[in-house]
Design a protein around this ligand. Sequence first.
Ligand SMILES: [Zn+2]
Length: 235
Amino acid sequence: MTKRSSITTFLWQGEIPIEVHRKAIKHSYLRIKAQPARVVCSLPRAVSDMDLHVFLQKHSDWIQARWQAMQQNKPVEVTYQQGERIFLWGKPFFLEVQIVDGVKKPSCFTRVDHLVLQSGVDLSTVQREALVYEFFKQEFKKELSAVLAQEALRMGVSVQQWGVKRMKTRWGSCNPKAKRVWLNLELVKREQYLLRYVVIHELAHLWVPNHGPKFYQVMDQYCPPWKALRKQLRF
Ligand SMILES: [Zn+2]
């Protein structure tokens, strides 16, 4: 057996499938994976089945909560702790907090399925959140400017000004007179097609300012599945 090889077995915790990897590592850890949905548990080779059972019991609340959140496709409340799951474009990432000696300017980036926060000193929850959202905003603006350009062209409208902010009760807003749209930065956590749906909705207001029947005719034309998409975005 080579050093890198691992032994994989399966077990169930209630109805939750758990994939167990035993390999040459020092610490046990848990992850939730999508497609197919499963919990992945990585263990050092020497951990017995009994110890594995104890480990899973100890973390059963964590497993249950995150499993349910994934099933409902909803982001869980984030407190920016190591290993926490954070969504970017509908895909879960695991927060990896790194303290690297000599790093002056903290940074945030993705690496495979990890969202890495790198800094020279430990950051507070508020600082971590600010760093994550700074990164999210860049990602969001890149995607949004492309989607806005595509949809405005397709729908034959022009936007004078657009912006991004975190909002609590709405996904977007539009001022038809000023031809200005705002999009909710929280959309960065959801699948890209939901951002596109919200963009089409806001641009449709450039044709019809209110939510009357004419507005929904425009939606039928440019975004036929709008009813199903709207359901996915209920606050
Ligand atoms: Zn509207």
